[in-house]
Design a protein around this ligand. Structure first.
Ligand code: SF4
Length: 508
């Protein structure tokens, strides 16, 4: 077990594809001999230990480099339950040491040409450029901030190469007119409803089309999952295209799990050219949740924060990741997932801020069953000053049975179902009215969520029970209702919108 890291065991180092010159190999062997026993170093060649409180993030089975996933808990990693969530440990130590601000910097994906090689030669090279005399003066001058500035002059250019230039700042979108119906309604201050439609398992799209037509009049946008729970289905972009043909506004979900940096950029360009205007960036459920045989699980090429950073720059700066200019850049409204009840609300809020800084314009949260506990998370988000920069839609699932409730509580990472709800569903099972009870629970939740300041809507995840969505919308009184989001508060629009007043967008 590495001496200074809470990870459980060594993992094999990444190996270079080609043989390196002797000097590089000797330095790499020396680096591994030092950092292996101390930090469980995997020789990713793009060292981040300084930013991550000296805990190697490559211990994360997903290889995430910008913070925990939505399934993180204080006790364990959901991918490998025999070890702790390394990102939980990184956040815990960083907060304890007062170094949490460092976690906000958006860090680049791996430069795979460096994996398996030493990271020190880059540092030595940069130190040579800064000058040993300047470094010694900076470190010993005693001036306020001089040590940080000096260390940054050496380490920042190494961890933030020219092709990335990540930072910890907020980057407002560089356009004003809404690009989608969803964005338009949110900007108008409507309390919106989005609903998830489960993509079919075959190429028969009859049921999919039926669900889209059924839900379209009741919601602002429709989500299509991208292989959720690592189960292959009809792709999100194909469903989104079908939704466009039927006049609905799709939210195309896209996962880092199933994309490399190349396919991500190609896919969003293609989707944008076809008219898809809402893109939800997710790291993606681990293969461990899928039916198997399990694919490679120990690394993703890009995480959700890196996806947001890349897509925002493509849209607002007209640049591919490699710096090439895009003559006609893609247009989209960028979303991300938020997980109020994973790990620790303070930690999650920091991660949500990082997503907003990187480019997230709206959040759709994991399923929430405790509306009161949501306040803690919203308070943490408010402290991070991002409520007026992002629209928040809270995830709601109507429970179909006690079995589903118990399964979600036990098995779905980042979801917890309070005891009183489990008890209600269990009693309903005995009485034979589980579905009606599940619906009532959902309506009660929506009633409470509607009143929360900073919440702009709900996201209904009916998981194959799409026909219940219109009833939820009607009985919860959600037809084009004005919300309590930030734009609303600013503009003082407090009257209810008249149903039908919202006219469809013509841009898709
Ligand atoms: S819970 Fe998620 S973030 Fe934490 S170590 Fe596991 S995969 Fe990584």
């Amino acid at each position: 077990m590495p001496g200074l890291t809470p990870g459980r065991r060594y993992q094999p180092p990444f190996m270079p594809f080609k043989r390196q010159p002797f000097k590089k190999r000797a330095l790499a062997a020396f680096e591994l001999a030092v950092k292996g026993p101390l930090f469980g170093c995997r020789m990713c060649g793009n060292c981040l230990l300084q930013e991550t409180a000296l805990i190697c993030p490559m211990e994360c089975p997903k290889g995430l480099r910008n913070g925990p996933c939505g399934g993180s808990t204080p006790e364990k990693c959901y991918v490998d339950e025999s070890r702790p969530c390394i990102w939980y440990k990184i956040y815990e130590r960083s907060f304890k040491l007062g170094r949490e601000a460092l976690l906000l910097e958006v860090l680049p994906p791996l430069d795979w040409s460096k994996t398996g090689t030493d990271a020190w030669s880059d540092v030595f090279e940069q130190a040579g450029k800064v000058g040993i005399k300047n470094i010694v003066t900076g470190l010993t001058s005693g001036e306020g901030g001089a040590v940080t500035r000096t260390l940054d002059s050496v380490f920042k250019p190494v961890r933030q190469p020219d092709w990335w230039q990540g930072d910890a700042e907020y980057h407002a979108p560089k356009y004003t007119a809404p690009v989608s119906e969803l964005e338009r309604r949110l900007k108008a201050g409507e309390f919106v409803v989005a609903a998830e439609v489960t993509p079919p398992l075959s190429i028969n799209t009859d049921k999919l089309k039926q669900n889209i037509k059924l839900l379209k009049p009741h919601v602002a946008a429709l989500n299509f999952t991208d292989g959720s729970s690592a189960v292959p289905r009809l792709s999100s972009w194909a469903c989104s295209q079908i939704a466009l043909e039927l006049g609905a506004d799709p939210i195309m979900q896209i996962t880092g799990r199933d994309h490399t940096r190349v396919s991500l950029q190609s896919s969003v360009m293609g989707a944008s050219a076809l008219g898809v205007r809402n893109v939800l960036c997710l790291t993606g459920d681990s293969m461990v949740l899928g039916p198997g045989p399990q694919g490679r699980m120990d690394i993703v090429d890009i995480d959700s924060i890196q996806m947001l950073w890349i897509l925002r720059r493509m849209r607002d700066e007209g640049k591919y990741l490699d710096g090439r200019e895009i003559k006609n850049p893609p247009q989209y409204f960028l979303g991300a997932a938020a997980s109020p009840f994973a790990s620790n609300m303070k930690f999650q809020a920091l991660r949500e801020q990082k997503k907003v800084n990187a480019g997230a314009q709206f959040f759709q949260t994991n399923v929430v069953f405790d509306a009161n506990a949501l306040d803690g998370w919203l308070n943490e988000i408010a402290k991070r000053d991002i409520l007026d920069k992002v629209y928040i839609m809270i995830g709601v699932t109507p429970l179909k049975s006690y079995k589903t409730a118990a399964y979600m509580d036990r098995k779905i990472p980042g979801v917890f179902v309070p005891k009183h709800i489990l008890n209600r569903m269990e009693t309903a099972k005995e009485k034979g009215n589980e579905q009606e009870e599940g619906l009532q629970i959902a309506l009660e939740l929506v009633e409470k969520i509607k009143t929360k300041q900073g919440v702009s809507g709900i996201h209904i995840m009916a998981v194959g029970w799409e026909e219940i969505v219109p009833r939820i919308v009607k009985e919860a009184g959600l037809c084009n209702r004005l919300g309590s989001n930030a734009d609303n508060r600013k503009s003082g629009q407090l009257d209810e919108l008249v149903p039908g007043q919202v006219t469809p967008m013509t841009s898709f």
